[in-house]
Design a protein around this ligand. Structure first.
Ligand SMILES: [Zn+2]
Length: 101
């Protein structure tokens, strides 16, 4: 039991619990740079402004999140081919379901 607590308290970049932190950090970083914003706008156009999870439109009211298709904590990259835009609610649900192979 002691051991379990110890492992949990270590900052482990491969712990799936950190996945939403990586998503948030990337989203923030991309919105801060011109290249990042261009990448976001290409993603948006590719998905025609629709959520990759439920296919409904993302608007300024719904908002959107960046998601790593292959989770960052499982070795996924920040490459455009590994990124999706999702509704914040769909994103939370997807992470709650955990990693699917
Ligand atoms: Zn959605």
């Amino acid at each position: 039991m002691d051991r379990y607590v110890k492992v949990k308290s270590d900052a482990n970049p491969y712990d799936p619990a950190y996945e939403s932190y990586f998503d948030k950090r990337l989203q923030w970083r991309m919105s801060e740079s011109i290249a990042g914003r261009a990448k976001l706008s290409r993603l948006w156009k590719k998905q025609e402004g629709r959520c990759a999870e439920c296919a409904e439109r993302m608007t300024s009211e719904t908002g959107w999140h960046i998601h790593h298709v292959i989770w960052r904590t499982f070795g996924g990259t920040d490459d455009q081919s590994n990124l999706q835009l999702l509704h914040p609610t769909c994103h939370v649900q997807l992470h709650a379901r955990g990693w699917r192979v």
